[in-house]
Design a protein around this ligand. Structure first.
Ligand code: ADP
Ligand code: MG
Length: 267
């Protein structure tokens, strides 16, 4: 699942790491691929991403495979992360002249190999742009999750994102769809949040998750301790919201693709 929205600060990274942690806590195998050169997902998951660490850059260059690059979370053995290092900042340009430049990620994420490692879900945290890194994520993914912040201009850029998804679906990846829209930083006390939620639900209908993620200070504090919200404050409103959203996503997945994941989660 590709977490994309070319707008920055809407909750992509927060959603990628906390959904991943919640699914992993429920017994599923989850791999987070950090494709943002800033490496915020790697930081939040507490994995090493200092310069020179084997990373998603090496994955895109086909220098190492995901089995070698995935670092296990220090707190959850079901959770893995392929970190992003600063090398990735140049990748967007380096990729331009490379063979199969849009399929670098898709080619190496072989579903059978992922299953063999016990991975049920892969989340790709995208940078805030629609460049080659995001394109690689879209070509490799089955589904796109679009986080939308309950703030002014919430839908700004979304039309452009959807147009890009359409182009990718037509030309590069027929199985791709925007499956999930998630409302983030929802503040129940403000009219603005209600209005944005209403507008987004009208626009996207059943793609929008029932569970919204509230604005919660604990969520924003957790990354500075290299922790997900599930480790930092498992009883917080933020943690509970991500756990509920993860359950909803997994239920939808089972309804759509069958009991594969449910069966797998038993052991
Ligand atoms: P993106 O990856 O889209 O740029 P982030 O996930 O990094 O966005 O979130 C942007 C900022 O908002 C971060 O500082 C993050 O900690 C904060 N944030 C995200 N979600 C919430 C939330 N539900 N409540 C409070 N702060 C949040
Ligand atoms: Mg981010």
């Amino acid at each position: 699942m590709c977490i994309a929205n070319q707008k920055g600060g809407v909750g992509k990274t927060t959603t990628a790491v906390n959904l991943a942690a919640a699914l992993a806590a429920g017994g599923l195998g989850v791999l987070v691929i950090d494709l943002d050169p800033q490496g915020n997902a790697s930081t939040a998951l507490g994995v090493d991403h200092s310069e020179g660490t084997p990373s998603s850059y090496n994955l895109l260059l086909w220098e190492q495979n995901f089995q070698e690059l995935a670092q296990q979370s220090p707190t959850n053995p079901n959770l893995y992360c392929i970190p992003a290092t600063i090398d990735l900042a140049g990748a967007e340009i380096e990729l331009v002249s490379m063979f199969s430049r849009e399929r670098r990620l898709a080619e190496v994420l072989v579903p059978e190999d992922l299953r063999a490692l016990g991975i049920d879900y892969v989340f790709v945290d995208c940078p805030p742009s629609l460049g080659l890194l995001t394109l690689n994520a879209m070509v490799a993914a089955k589904e796109i999750l679009v986080p939308i912040q309950c703030e002014y201009y919430a839908l700004e850029g979304v039309t452009q994102l959807l147009r890009n998804v359409e182009l990718v679906t037509e030309a590069l990846n027929k199985s791709l769809a925007v499956s999930t829209v998630m409302l983030t930083m929802y503040d129940a006390r403000t009219n603005l949040s209600h209005q944005v939620a209403e507008e987004v639900r009208q626009h996207f209908g059943s793609k929008v998750l029932r569970n919204v993620i509230p604005r919660n200070i604990k969520i924003s504090e957790a990354p500075s301790y290299n922790q997900t919200i599930l480790d930092y404050d498992p009883g917080s409103k933020g943690a509970l919201a991500y756990i509920d959203a993860a359950k909803e996503i997994n239920e939808r997945f089972i309804a759509e693709f069958g009991a594969l994941v449910a069966a797998n989660s038993k052991h």
